[in-house]
Design a binder for this molecule. Sequence first.
Ligand SMILES: O=P(O)(O)OC[C@H]1O[C@H](OP(=O)(O)OP(=O)(O)O)[C@H](O)[C@@H]1O
Ligand SMILES: NC(=O)CC[C@H](N)C(=O)O
Ligand SMILES: [Mg+2]
Length: 486
Amino acid sequence: MCGIVGIVSSEPVNQRIYDSLLLLQHRGQDSTGIATLEGDFFHMVKTKGQVREAYRTRDMRSLMGNVGLGHVRYATRGSAAQEEEAQPFYVGAPYGIILVHNGNLTNTRELTAELYNVDRRHLNTHSDTELLLNVLANELQAGISGLSLDSEQVFDAVARVHERVEGSYATIALIAGHGLLAFRDPFGIRPLVLGRRDGANGQDEWIVASESLVLESGGYETVRDVEPGEAILISPDGALESRQCAQRPRLVPCAFEYIYLARPDSVLSGISVYDARLRLGDVLAEEIREQLPDVDIDVVMPIPDSGRPSAMQLAQKLGIDYREGFFKNHYVGRTFIMPGQAVRKRSVRQKLNAMSSEFAGKNVLLVDDSIVRGTTSREIVEMARAAGAKSVIFASAAPPVVYPHVYGINMPSRKELIAHGRTTEEIAAELGADHLVYMSVEGMRRAILAGQDRVTELEDSCFSGSYVTGDVDEEYLSWVEATQES
Ligand SMILES: O=P(O)(O)OC[C@H]1O[C@H](OP(=O)(O)OP(=O)(O)O)[C@H](O)[C@@H]1O
Ligand SMILES: NC(=O)CC[C@H](N)C(=O)O
Ligand SMILES: [Mg+2]
């Protein structure tokens, strides 16, 4: 997952984009970039690292213009360490296009070959985003005859992008002289929300962003989600046009957004992330009652931060005391999205500390949103024991992660997934826990989808093994395993 934002305003957008990226930092910590459009010219700054340390005053001053976009990256193709793969990406023709992308393309091998063999396009990195940009550029180029570009030609180009590209892509692009284009893959796997506010001169001001909290914080009203397959084109003076560009759009948002990725105060596809996490806690409480009817539990404790809402709700449902025994150093980022296992392992210890008085002599139920590689849970169980817990029970508000995630979360290899090829008892032993309880796949779907009828299915392949884009098969998964850094 990455965080993306695009803004069309009646005044300079540099500060608003910076502020939005700060709010999206939890979606990517590897690198960040901002681009603006001033008349016919782009300005761009991109670099490794997090938003706060990435931009200097002189960078911000150079980012002039009333239209712009920004990105925070969590690499899923290529390498987190490659500065060249930081987004946005730029191509000079046609017109000049700059693009940011949240998601992951699954037919990169075919696209790479086609772009060279047929389209004669040069790619300078291993980023799938560079591929997406070049496909879009190529399809725009193919649809124009004279000098001008109209909205139908842009929408036709996006329709052809949908035909050529597989995988997930929530995308924002700037087309020099024409404005801002936003589109989402035909399954709407990764989120993208549209907001509006009144500009100083009566002009409509628009924002598109990965999460709704960015809109709220900037004083925009949430208009709606960008629909799966839809493209929205906004001119520099705020005129908005949109069109459905996919043949068979179908809303299948990523379950992991609700479980872990998104901020709890965001609403995605009409479902509040916080409420979904509370409901996951409710269902997990049922699982615990059923699976551990005779096990003593004195206190319920969350693993901060993302385990908190589910743990709180679960404690209430079970009528057991809720206690905070782990404290978090907020200056260490999210560990799961850090690149490389050594850094992730070290960071869990730096980040969380167990307070002995809350553990001594108690049967402790630890609740986390998910267990993926087991990096967090292994360390946590050990810390709870060292702090004097009598017994340690672990519960995960997500089902066992047994398959790679290929749509924008970097868990490419089955080997590294602690639940892959192990029974629940074997995983408990690996973690050093006395008992382990997982959410069921059915329970997760019920919890996330409850109380609404707009979303009826979730992209939950990492739990179920069923991939929504038809191109993901054993051969592809083995290739990803062999080629992608985790
Ligand atoms: O089994 P693992 O591979 O360790 O992955 C799962 C853990 O990683 C995430 O926490 P993270 O520290 O990234 O973020 P948070 O502070 O939002 O919980 C998630 O909330 C789990 O705690
Ligand atoms: N997590 C993402 O959305 C990553 C975007 C893109 N695939 C990259 O690796 O840069
Ligand atoms: Mg966590």
